[in-house]
Design a protein around this ligand. Structure first.
Ligand code: ZN
Length: 497
């Protein structure tokens, strides 16, 4: 195509995009979102392959989707219902089941084809949880020091009256190993590994998390292997409000908990001065596995319905808060990606599949079941997106795909540039736990990359609640998900692998 005819097409296409008849006839409850001005200069700089995959009418549709998402409160309303009306949604709980039924009903309301796919999920429930130091250097007779703590997932139970044992504090696995069985057996171990708040504040929160979360995952088992009777970790979190943060821990056969960072400091200081004894009461229960559901809702593709683009988040949450940032937000922005298309009467070429995953937090039963049941379709899974890093302002995407695929997506990223969600961060790892199996099978994978500076203030704590979600930022996340999902589902060729 020569330049003159390209410019003519561009003008025509822009006009067409502005006058898409279905959209023009759609009854609009509020002021119709205005398509933003197409960036002609950027459009003219597209490569041949980009231009072929993102013809101007498609760019116009993406701009329209973005504008609609940036003025839509659908995702926020859904999040309010999931977190406040339904509440915490731990795997195996009645709330998790109710949430799955709710999401399925909402997707049916939009006219999507909905399946609730059964998954066998674990069911662990929290009990009493208290801790106190009952003996320590300088103790005032009769006094005790309260320790703020919470049980970790998979913790076993102490007797109702708790256990009382000597405390041993280590900073890392090497120190635990150096103590050996003689130094650990019969004791309660505290891992006082610091969450690196500076890194988090500088935008590297997931690096801090990765460093610390190893102790939550493997610490209790390592302590149990040396004969410990209980294991505690310093909470994996970045706030200073004496909040304990729960999370998954490998079954260790002993009571396991997380103490607030402030209490970990206290325990470490006192243990450095002399003998410390602690009473620990944790009475969670592991109930029989039960049935959960992945909700799978399809906007069927108009040309290649068998080709699938997944937009997703996980519906289960921890029990302390109401799972607003982790990960109600991810589910509702995926739901909104479908809602926007229905509202605008836009039909993608490929199937846009909304998935609300079950059991990300306690073992990933939902994603495992999906990858078993749908493995034969993965060759036709064109791409998968998950949002599971909160609801703060989106910066772009973590991606695990070929550089050629990233290049081809530039025009879609260009649409997101106006609100800063166009960054691409290549990742050697799957950019989402629930889409990991797909990513390992070669499906191009994207994770919405949010500003993570405050995410670990609240993550897995009682403070993960709706008020932490800024409506305008949630809209930006919905726009990022909807634009990228529709782009992947409507570009000319499936994304190269
Ligand atoms: Zn999550």
């Amino acid at each position: 195509m020569n330049k003159t005819s390209f410019v003519q097409n561009l003008v025509l296409a822009t006009v067409c995009a502005l006058l898409t008849p279905a959209y023009a006839q759609t009854p609009q409850p509020k002021a119709a979102p205005k398509p933003a001005q197409t960036d002609w200069a950027a459009a003219l700089q597209m490569s041949e392959a980009q231009r072929a995959n993102f013809p101007l009418p498609l760019i116009g549709e993406l701009e329209t989707i973005k504008a609609a998402a940036l003025s839509d409160d659908y995702a926020y309303r859904q999040l309010a219902h999931l977190t406040e009306n339904i509440g915490p949604r731990p795997s195996g709980s009645p709330q998790a089941k109710a949430a799955a039924e709710y999401v399925a009903a909402e997707m049916r309301k939009l006219g999507l084809e909905v399946q609730m796919e059964e998954v066998k999920v674990p069911h662990w429930v929290r009990g009493a949880e208290t801790g106190e130091l009952v003996e320590y250097p300088g103790q005032v007779p009769g006094a005790a020091q309260k320790i703020v703590l919470t049980a970790l997932g998979n913790s076993t139970s102490t007797p109702g009256e708790g256990i009382t044992a000597d405390l041993v504090v280590v900073n890392n696995f090497d120190e635990l190993k150096a103590l050996g069985r003689d130094g650990v057996a019969g004791k309660i171990v505290l891992y006082n590994e610091l969450f690196d708040k500076q890194k988090a504040a500088a935008g590297m929160a997931f690096v801090s998390y990765g460093d610390s979360v190893r102790y939550r995952g493997a610490g209790p088992k390592a302590a149990a292997d040396l004969g410990a009777v209980g294991a505690l970790i310093r909470s994996v979190g970045s706030a200073d409000f004496r909040l304990p943060h729960t999370g998954y821990s490998t079954p260790a056969g002993i009571p396991a908990g997380a103490v607030a960072a402030e209490d970990a400091e206290l325990m470490a200081h006192l243990a450095a001065q002399g003998k410390v004894r602690m009473r620990l009461t944790l009475t969670p229960q592991k109930l029989p596995d039960t049935t959960g559901y992945n909700v799978i809702a399809d906007v069927k593709g108009s040309e290649h319905p068998e080709q699938v683009v997944v937009v997703s988040g996980h519906l289960d949450s921890w029990d302390l808060g109401t799972g607003a940032i982790d990960d109600g937000a991810g589910v509702v922005v995926a739901m909104e990606a479908a809602e926007i298309l229905e509202k605008l009467h836009l039909r993608p070429k490929r199937t846009l599949r909304v998935i609300a995953w079950m059991d990300e937090e306690t073992g990933g039963a939902g994603s495992k079941a999906y990858s078993q049941d749908h493995a034969s379709e993965f060759a036709n899974h064109v791409a998968a997106i998950e949002s599971d890093a909160g609801a703060a302002h989106p910066l772009g995407f973590d991606v695990r795909m070929s550089p050629q695929a990233v290049e081809l997506l530039r025009p879609a990223l260009g649409v997101l540039q106006s609100f800063g969600a166009n960054a691409v961060q290549p990742s050697p790892y799957p950019p989402g736990a629930d889409i990991a199996a797909m990513s390992e099978a070669g499906v191009p994978a994207l994770g919405v990359l949010q500003d993570g500076r405050t995410y670990f203030h609240y993550h897995h704590s009682a403070a993960d609640t709706l008020d932490k979600v800024v409506p305008g930022e949630l809209r930006e996340n919905a726009a990022a998900m909807a634009v990228m999902g529709y782009a992947l589902a409507s570009m000319k060729d499936p994304l190269p692998r």
